[in-house]
Design a protein around this ligand. Structure first.
Ligand code: HMG
Ligand code: MG
Length: 302
């Protein structure tokens, strides 16, 4: 097997993980989660979204959360910005990276950001330009890269098309996202191949929700293709408010456990990571949605 020797994990728990929570999580708890993640060795944290509070009320405290973080040198903090209004608000928070989020499905684009794919690209164009003029890195997400809750299976050509459009407007890195976790390894491989038509292997990441328990398999197949960057969520928190029934991203703990077992360096302290996941799970009054965390917590207790 030809595998990368190092993997970069972006913990999206504070954003993707919490955005779907019905009860408002206080900014102080979100900030504490970010602090615990950086203490565990995460160097990339997706903190929040500058989106409409009417659409995603949980992210209404974006500025407060960003302002409350004690920044750790070497850690990069990213935020979602769907349009110029979001970017202008985000800019005051000095993110290292912004994320524009497109979809490979027209129906999902409409439900999630209230416009067509083509319109979304036109909204992202000035965002990408302004970000780059301010020395902020620009990442793009391609939602529903293998399946859509409204359109069903998505052809790899759709992923290639959106990747091309994002490339044309200056997006520097793309995440291939299985928003509803329906992907299986061969389908994910095809979606990655489509993305690779427009971006190099160093500029693509995997973003796998684990609804059907396929995310580790999808991560492994992507690793074998040389993809070495992944979005994961501590304690497996999350889901997208516009993708009903979809559960969280693959748990950071599960991915780190797998990578460590394969001798792949992540720079993350698994014990501290488990504590971070336990912290937020305790706050939400539920068990961590991670097999590795559950097993290791049981081992600690016993
Ligand atoms: P819209 O209603 O079409 O926007 O929403 P609009 O431009 O017509 O404005 C309507 C109102 O929203 C106005 O306020 C604007 O000021 C306000 P009003 O005059 O009615 O009081 N507004 C904003 N407020 C704050 N921040 C902003 C902003 N923009 C407009 N940035 C919009 C369009 C994109 C804003 C809306 O659809 C939205 O916020 N969508 C966000 C949806 C979202 O956050 N989804 C979850 C994240 S994506 C995801 O989870 C997938 C991912 O994880 C990858 C994967 O798994 O697939 C990334
Ligand atoms: Mg997601």
């Amino acid at each position: 097997m030809n595998l990368p020797s190092k993997v970069k994990i972006v913990d999206v728990g504070p954003r993707d993980g919490l955005q779907n929570e019905k009860t408002q999580v206080p900014a102080a708890v979100k900030i504490e989660l970010v602090h615990r993640l950086q203490d565990a060795g995460l160097t990339e944290i997706e903190v929040t979204s500058f989106v409409s509070p009417k659409w995603v009320p949980q992210m209404a405290d974006a500025a407060e959360v960003m302002a409350g973080i004690t920044r750790k040198p070497g850690v990069r903090y990213s935020v979602l910005t769907p349009n110029m209004k979001g970017f202008e608000a985000a800019l005051l928070s000095r993110p290292d990276e912004i994320v524009v989020f497109a979809a490979a499905s027209e129906a999902f684009s409409q439900r999630n950001i209230n416009c067509s794919i083509a319109e979304s690209i036109e909204r992202f164009r000035p965002v990408a330009e302004a970000a780059r003029a301010n020395n902020i890195y620009v990442r793009g997400a391609i939602s529903c890269a293998v399946g859509c809750p409204y359109e069903g299976e998505i052809a790899p050509e759709r992923v290639a098309m959106v990747a091309r459009l994002l490339k044309e407007i200056g997006v520097q890195h793309i995440g291939v996202a299985d928003t509803i976790g329906v992907g299986t390894p061969v389908k994910v491989e095809r979606a990655m191949e489509a993305a690779l038509q427009h971006y190099g292997v160093d500029d693509i990441s995997g973003h796998f929700h684990d609804t059907y328990g396929q995310a580790l398999g999808n991560t492994l197949v992507s690793l074998q293709m040389g993809i070495w960057q992944y979005d994961t969520s501590s304690a497996g928190l999350g889901g997208c408010p516009y993708a009903k029934g979809a559960t969280g991203n693959v748990a950071t703990e599960d991915v780190v456990y797998m990578l460590q077992g394969m001798g792949i360096d992540t720079g993350i302290d698994l014990d501290k990571l488990i504590d971070a996941g336990k912290f937020i799970s305790d706050y939400l009054d539920r068990k961590p949605n991670s097999r590795a965390a559950t097993a290791l917590l049981n081992k600690r207790a016993g």
